[in-house]
Ligand binder design. Structure first.
Ligand code: SF4
Ligand code: SF4
Length: 149
């Protein structure tokens, strides 16, 4: 029928005219971002065991870890830098972390005037939180194989 498309289009326009408005008043009101949003990074330093799995998983050599041995000959994190200007936001590093020390944040207002300023020093910028004190026990491959057999 002639004009059928026009009528259909106008009916959709009319429907949306009276729908609840979805406009977000940013920056006055911060947007409600999904949990999967990848904004920036956060490192829960006490949970980090300096294993280096995140750095190994990174395809673009973004992560630089510094560590030393403590009195019990265990690795202790002494530095954690991210050359975020090279980051692909692939998330491999976060997925690889066995203790959930490295996490995404919803911080998205990351624009800066100088390129180098996007780089992150997650060790020095860490703010202690009581929830971070105990490092999560990493999954041991032997435990999994023992359970399977
Ligand atoms: S998100 Fe991807 S590119 Fe960025 S630091 Fe992690 S592994 Fe590397
Ligand atoms: S993978 Fe996790 S625990 Fe290992 S060095 Fe990276 S942030 Fe630390």
């Amino acid at each position: 029928m002639f004009g059928q498309g026009l009528i259909k289009g106008l009916s959709i326009t009319l429907k949306h005219l009276f729908d609840k408005k979805l406009t977000e008043e940013y920056p006055e009101v911060k947007p409600n971002l999904p949990d999967s949003f990848k904004g920036s990074f956060m490192l829960k330093v006490p949970k980090c065991i300096a294993c280096g799995l995140c750095a190994n998983a990174c395809p673009n050599n973004v992560i630089k870890i510094e560590s030393e041995k403590d009195e019990n000959n265990k690795k202790k994190l002494t530095g954690y830098k991210m050359m975020a200007e090279r980051c692909l936001y692939c998330g491999f590093c976060v997925e690889a972390c066995p203790t959930k020390a490295l996490l995404w944040t919803k911080e998205f207002e990351n624009a800066v005037y100088i390129r180098e300023m996007v780089n992150l020093d997650l060790f020095s910028s860490y703010v202690p939180s009581p929830d971070d004190e105990k490092p999560a026990k990493p999954k041991k491959q032997d435990e999994e194989t023992a359970q399977a057999s």
